[in-house]
Write a protein that binds this ligand. Structure first.
Ligand SMILES: Cc1cc2nc3c(=O)[nH]c(=O)nc-3n(C[C@H](O)[C@H](O)[C@H](O)COP(=O)(O)O)c2cc1C
Length: 175
């Protein structure tokens, strides 16, 4: 039987939550990216990597990027967790920014909506979010989309969009 592992990078818990749900469904180990040893890739046939999105980048994705040549022959599936990942245009942007190295383009990627609690975001992260809020608030009324409004509300008041249903297509890949 194929051996599968879920490796994740989460800052505030929603990516970890999705990773653990997948681990439960597939009955496989779930390890955070910082605890995962690259040499252990060789122990698995299937690698599921999940990373949260910060300023357009998939956190922890270097683990896959830097080792992609050694992962030849394995099934690799990526899931990304963010607040703004449910539309085709933002997904395309994410792919352009993060899957820009040879060998990455063919990877399957799933998108799971995350959560945001303004009281737990500090330092540089809070500054980035402040910039994003300012940008959204400065938009001309006619340029503000329904998504912008929802995003602005979510990041100012907090939001939790996580749902187990989003792991279904990921789990189906390995059943
Ligand atoms: C500093 C910062 C930047 C973020 N940038 C993005 C972004 O570019 N796109 C997006 O969809 N979500 C963005 N988010 C939202 C996070 O991806 C979301 O809160 C996610 O659930 C975080 O995952 P985690 O709970 O596993 O850390 C950002 C959050 C923070 C704190």
């Amino acid at each position: 039987m194929d051996k599968t592992i879920v490796v994740y990078k989460s800052k505030h818990g929603s990516t970890e939550k999705y990773a653990r749900w997948i681990g439960e469904e597939l009955d496989c180990p779930v390890v955070s990216e910082k605890d995962f040893q690259r040499k252990n890739f060789s122990l698995y046939d299937n690698i599921i990597f999940g990373g949260c999105v910060h300023a357009g980048g998939i956190m922890g994705f270097d683990l896959i990027k830097k080792n992609i040549r050694h992962l030849e022959g394995k099934k690799i599936v990526i899931f990304v967790v963010g607040l703004n990942v449910m539309h085709q245009d933002t997904r395309m942007q994410l792919r352009e920014i993060n899957f820009n190295k040879k060998g990455l383009n063919k990877l399957t990627c799933y998108y799971c909506p995350g959560s945001y609690d303004p009281s737990s975001v500090k330092g540089i992260d809070a500054a980035i979010m402040k910039m994003m809020i300012n940008m959204l608030e400065k938009k001309k009324p006619e340029e503000v989309t329904e998504d912008d409004r929802r995003l602005l509300e979510g990041v100012t008041e907090g939001i939790d969009l996580t749902d187990r249903k989003y792991i279904e297509p990921i789990v189906a890949e390995f059943r």
